[in-house]
Design a protein around this ligand. Structure first.
Ligand code: NAP
Length: 249
């Protein structure tokens, strides 16, 4: 997909998995600058930077915790100052701490809600002004199939991802008149570090419930993110695009 010439993109959690695939896809699609953020995995972030540069874009890696609102604001301020604009925000950084409801600790609840939901809110709040000034932009939030269906053992994670859908639709309504589109991508079961920890039995049970009978690849999610950020999706806002192999329709 082309059309990203001169565009500046921020992908949070771009060091690994789906975020890395998104960052590389934007670079391959001609974005001039792809900024990634990460929480602490310096070597993975550097590896993504190398892939962005190899695809012909300028790259930058910023280490900050998305659950820290002040850090989110200063990251956006810094990007706009350094690159003059910010056209696409991909809220991808996320964490999952599984546990049955009666055993979920406050700190695990807070960590997931603060990273997955408050982080996206803080970044959207920070980009809304510069995107309004430049009269356009695209925001894509990575929700999850379990935000749509619920999942036992993932109460906090599911709640954070369901919250992201409400956030997406509300901000889409607020910012539409300023030509800023806000959409969500809802992956199913994708082969990344987040799903690598599952045991064989759970993995087999999950794959058995997927009509396309396999895990998705991060690159397959990235193509949907790219589409929603592109002019090909110019009349789409407030949408939740499922990328789940038919696991939930
Ligand atoms: P992953 O491989 O576990 O990578 C997580 C990324 O988020 C890393 O880049 C990590 O940085 C970053 N991150 C985590 N906490 C952060 C924080 N507090 N501040 C800043 N960055 C932080 O995840 P993934 O599987 O690619 O998933 C990406 C997104 O898709 C997540 O939002 C996830 O919930 C969603 N999703 C994934 C699946 C799936 O099957 N994999 C399914 C549905 C939805 P470091 O590398 O520095 O740790």
């Amino acid at each position: 997909m082309s059309g990203f010439k001169d565009k500046v993109v921020l992908v949070t959690g771009g060091s690994r998995g789906i975020g890395r695939a998104c960052a590389v896809a934007f670079a391959q699609a001609g974005a001039s600058t792809v900024v990634i953020s990460y929480a602490g995995n310096e070597s993975a972030a550097q590896e993504t930077l190398g892939l962005i540069q190899a695809a012909g874009a300028k790259g930058e890696a910023l280490k900050f915790d998305v659950s820290d609102s002040a850090a989110c604001s200063s990251a956006i301020e810094g990007i706009v100052k350094a690159h003059g604009r910010l056209d696409v925000l991909v809220n991808n950084a996320g964490v999952a701490v599984d546990g049955l409801v009666m055993r979920v600790k406050d700190e695990d609840w807070d960590k997931q809600l603060d990273t997955n939901l408050k982080g996206a809110f803080a970044l959207i709040r920070a980009v809304s002004r510069p995107m309004m000034k430049q009269r356009g932009g695209a925001i894509i939030n990575l929700t999850s199939i379990v935000g749509e269906t619920g999942n036992g053992g993932q109460v906090a994670y599911s709640a954070s991802k369901a919250g992201l859908i409400g956030l997406t639709k509300s901000v889409a309504k607020e910012l539409a008149s300023r030509n800023i589109r806000v959409n969500a991508v809802s992956p199913g079961f994708i082969g990344t570090d987040m799903t690598a920890a599952l045991n064989e039995e759970t993995r087999k049970r999950m794959v058995d419930s997927i009509p396309l009978a396999r895990l998705g690849a991060p690159e397959e999610v990235a193509q949907s993110v790219l589409f929603l950020a592109s002019d090909a999706a110019s009349y789409i806002t407030g949408e939740v695009l499922k990328v789940n192999g038919g696991m939930y329709m």
